[in-house]
Each structure stands twice: as structure tokens, then as C-alpha cells.
Design a protein around this ligand. Structure first.
Ligand code: CP
Ligand code: NVA
Length: 308
């Protein structure tokens, strides 16, 4: 059976810790190397990853491509609209065909069910590159960035501001698996998925929901936000208006712990969910976080191939 990475819980806490350790080691081993130069051991030599994009992407597309090159393999990038998938070939048949041609598949889709269906019919690993429900690869990079900044995950206090979206769902899942606290402040009706919250609480994470941004941020070591309206959300002006009290500005960062860092998966809507003064400040770790998509995903790739 192929190992899929549709959500963090597919791997579990121990495997996530192993992946993060591997990512730190591999990142340290190639400091200063040209970005396309393969790692000395090329652990995925000869392997090919096919990527299916139903939605826009900059970081996910480039970081997976570079990750495969550094691991000694290669990647094929496809827009769903120009595939036969885009004119009615079924997800199941696409899974069967791609499984004969490539060694792993990554999919970015609006419908998490499609990623699950792809995994069900594929005989090679399937990786979630963002769905409407979750974004586990992003959160692997976030966890790596926090560890690099000197934070231990167990007991970490993380605050999330704004929309209860796919990235937050995966952060909440991570809180359960790695035993940390997520305090969420957002407007009524925009909470994270109840299933993720319930499972995280059951497995030892702490998840608190509030309407008060200062309450969420007070003493937090990481302050995290994302766009107010995600790709594919109907959103509109009403949603943006509801989010306004949750903008991360310098005053709000001032309520966080002295050593607090600011994270954002990007792309950012400067002047909406975050001010320039915060995202461009020394407390902002967003560029490390973006680069870490490469390093974290190399370890995810090694994990789906049974190397970790
Ligand atoms: N953070 C993230 O997934 O970025 P892209 O949409 O550019 O891939
Ligand atoms: N929540 C955002 C993340 C983008 C990387 C979205 O789904 O659009």
C-alpha cells in the first residue's frame, strides 16, 4: 500500500518529528549550494513527481519542483484545466494512469474529496498540496521555522488571527500531534473545522476559540495569520469587513511574548490581514517560512517513499 500524505495525521507525531529533524539536517548540509544542485546522496534518484494544480500557486509549485531536483528526482507540473481531467476524465482513471507513469502525485484542489479519491485509486503516494480543508505541507514548513527560531513544539503558545481556513485546520491538527496550544481569534461563523478541533483536543493539544484578538495573542510565541478570503471562497466585502478587527499590526504584536515571531503562509494581502510594519519587521519569519517549504517537503517526500 502506498503511503499518502493527505493530512498530518497520516504520518503522526513521531514521523513528523523525524521529518522535521531530517529537514534541519539536510538544510544545514547544503548551505551555500546552488539551489538546483542535488544533495550528495540523491535519495530519490530517478523518481518522478507529477503535480496537478486546479488552483494558482507560486510556493508549492516551485518548492516541490526544487525539492525533487535536490533529492535527485524530477517533477512534472500540470494545470488541471489543460489535462483530460479538465474535460471529464475521471479522478479514478487519472489516478490509474498516472500511477503507471510516475512515482508520486501531488494535487492542489478545491475539493478535499478529490484528493482522497485520487489516493484511493492510485498505487503511488498522493500528497495534499492544499485543499479547501487542509494544507499540511504548509504547516510542516511552519513547524520547521518555529524550531529553527528556537521554540520547542510541546507547550508552544500559538495565536491565529482571522479566517478559520485550511491552513488553520492543519495547524490545529499539528497542535494535537505535537502537543501545543492554538488560540484562535476570528469572527463568528469563521471558526476552524470542528472535526479538526475535536481530534486535536482528544490527542493532547489545546485549542481555544475567542472573538478577542488581544486575548488570543497575549503571551503567544507565534502570531499567525493568512488571507481573509481563501481561493475558491465566495467571500466578498462582508467577509472582509468581518475580519477587520483581526488585522495583525504592531499594537497587537506588542501583546505577544517578547520573543514572538510572525508567520504567514503567503501570499499576503498587505494592509488587510497584516500591516507592512509587521510583515517587514525583524519579528517576521515569513521568508524563512517560504524557503522552508522546500526543506520540509523534501522530508515529506522521503517519508512517502518509506525512507523515514
Ligand atoms: N503558501 C502557499 O501554499 O503558497 P502558494 O499558493 O504560492 O503555493
Ligand atoms: N488559505 C489560503 C492559502 C493560500 C496558500 C487559500 O486557500 O487561498
Amino acid at each position: 500500500m502506498a503511503r499518502h500524505f493527505l493530512d498530518l495525521s497520516d504520518a503522526g507525531g513521531d514521523a513528523i518529528a523525524a521529518m522535521l529533524g531530517d529537514a534541519l539536517d539536510r538544510k544545514a548540509a547544503r548551505v551555500g549550494a546552488p539551489k538546483g544542485l542535488p544533495d550528495h546522496d540523491t535519495p530519490l534518484h530517478g523518481r518522478v513527481l507529477a503535480m496537478i494544480f486546479e488552483k494558482n500557486s507560486t510556493r508549492t509549485r516551485v518548492s516541490f519542483d526544487i525539492a525533487m531536483r535536490q533529492l535527485g528526482g524530477s517533477a512534472i507540473i500540470m494545470e488541471a484545466g489543460t489535462m483530460q481531467l479538465g474535460r471529464g476524465e475521471t479522478v479514478a482513471d487519472t489516478a490509474r494512469v498516472l500511477s503507471r507513469m510516475v512515482d508520486a502525485i501531488m494535487i492542489r484542489t478545491d475539493d478535499h474529496g478529490k484528493a482522497e479519491e485520487l489516493a484511493h485509486h492510485a498505487t503511488v503516494p498522493v500528497i495534499n498540496g492544499l485543499t479547501d480543508r487542509s494544507h499540511p505541507c504548509q504547516v510542516m514548513a511552519d513547524l520547521l521555522t518555529l524550531i529553527e527560531r528556537g521554540f520547542a513544539l510541546p507547550g508552544l503558545q500559538l495565536a491565529w488571527l482571522g479566517d478559520g481556513n485550511n491552513v488553520l485546520n492543519s495547524l490545529v491538527e499539528a497542535a494535537g500531534l505535537m502537543k501545543f496550544t492554538v488560540r484562535v481569534a476570528g469572527p463568528d461563523g469563521y471558526e476552524p473545522d470542528e472535526g479538526f478541533v475535536g481530534r486535536a483536543r482528544q490527542s493532547g493539544g489545546e485549542v481555544r476559540l475567542t472573538r478577542n484578538p488581544r486575548e488570543a495573542v497575549m503571551g503567544a510565541q507565534a502570531v499567525v495569520t493568512d488571507c481573509w478570503v481563501s481561493m475558491g471562497q465566495a467571500g466578498g466585502e462582508a467577509q472582509v469587513a468581518a475580519m477587520r478587527p483581526y488585522q495583525v499590526d504592531e499594537a497587537l504584536m506588542g501583546a505577544a511574548a517578547r520573543e514572538a515571531v510572525f508567520l504567514h503562509c503567503l501570499p499576503a494581502h498587505r494592509g488587510e490581514e497584516v500591516t507592512d510594519a509587521v510583515i517587514d519587521s525583524p519579528r517576521s519569519a515569513v521568508w524563512d517560512e517560504a524557503e522552508n517549504r522546500i526543506h520540509a517537503q523534501k522530508s515529506v517526500l522521503r517519508w512517502v517513499f518509506g525512507q523515514l
